[in-house]
Ligand binder design. Structure first.
Ligand code: ZN
Length: 267
């Protein structure tokens, strides 16, 4: 499979991972999807565009081009469930609203799915791991920002309306406590937005697996409510007027990470 990811190396020790903005489907997945799934409603829409400014800050970016309906890059390869509450797996069987993703008996076969693991999941994680290792060699530490977004209301997955900025640090295990405090402070200053740390979204596989503060790799997940930058209904349009002020806060979050790293590690 070609064109599974886009990777741009940065000049600073910060990598932004975007595992869910992709919309490419394989023929086998496309042939089986129910009608409601065809517009890929559960995509982290427009995330690369929203974070376009990050390259100019000096951060690296890694984005997935295949849809999470093919394989979910933010799940472990053994597909252990991420959350005790409702969640979706490595090979999602349902939409976020709980309805089946495939018409009966139309899921891709096991061989087909093994290929997605080898040719989509594995290259993403190899690139991520290799880049974090390079940053650590070069700077003595690495910062990982796992960038996500989701509709603000998904009754099957959580009650009520999600806060705008949902920071996740695996309940404090994926990064230094001071870094998490700095990021929370940035959100608190952004008075037009609500936020939470380690609420419903505590960080998925990427945050949990790569965030090893003892090894000087600090990972944070941001699950952003999509109403802060786009239309949450079809055709899921990007809203420049909403996105611009949201990008100011995102920029402050990334800058706060970089500033913390420079102070903590001296480079
Ligand atoms: Zn996501």
């Amino acid at each position: 499979m070609d064109n599974v990811l886009s990777f741009h190396r940065g000049r600073l020790p910060l990598l932004i991972s975007m595992p869910h903005p992709g919309i490419l489907l394989t023929p086998a997945v496309e042939a089986g999807l129910v009608e409601e799934a065809k517009p890929r409603p559960d995509t982290d829409w427009h995330i690369p565009r929203l974070y376009e400014f990050a390259a100019e800050l000096g951060a690296g970016t890694l984005e997935a081009n295949y849809s999470r309906y093919v394989i979910d890059l933010n799940r472990p390869a053994d597909d252990a469930p991420l959350y005790a509450s409702a969640t979706t797996g490595l090979y999602p069987a349902t939409l976020f609203d709980g309805a089946p993703l495939y018409r009966a008996g139309m899921e891709p076969c096991a061989e087909e799915r093994a290929r997605y693991l080898a040719e989509v999941w594995t290259p993403y994680h190899q690139t991520l791991a290799a880049e974090l290792a390079r940053l650590k060699r070069e700077f003595g530490y690495a910062l990982l920002f796992d960038a996500h977004s989701i509709r603000s209301c998904v009754p099957h997955l959580f009650d009520g309306r999600l806060p705008d900025f949902n920071l996740g640090t695996n309940a404090g295990a994926s990064c230094d406590a001071q870094l998490a405090e700095r990021l929370q402070a940035v959100c608190a200053r952004a008075q037009d937005y609500s936020h939470v740390l380690n609420g419903r979204f505590k960080g998925g596989h990427i945050t949990r697996h790569y965030g090893q503060p003892q090894q000087h790799i600090h990972a944070v997940q941001l699950e952003l409510a999509q109403c802060t930058y786009m239309e949450e209904q079809l055709p899921f349009d990007y809203r420049e007027d909403l996105a611009e002020p949201t990008q100011l806060v995102l920029r402050q979050l990334l800058q706060a990470m970089l500033d913390w790293g420079r102070e903590r590690y001296g480079r």
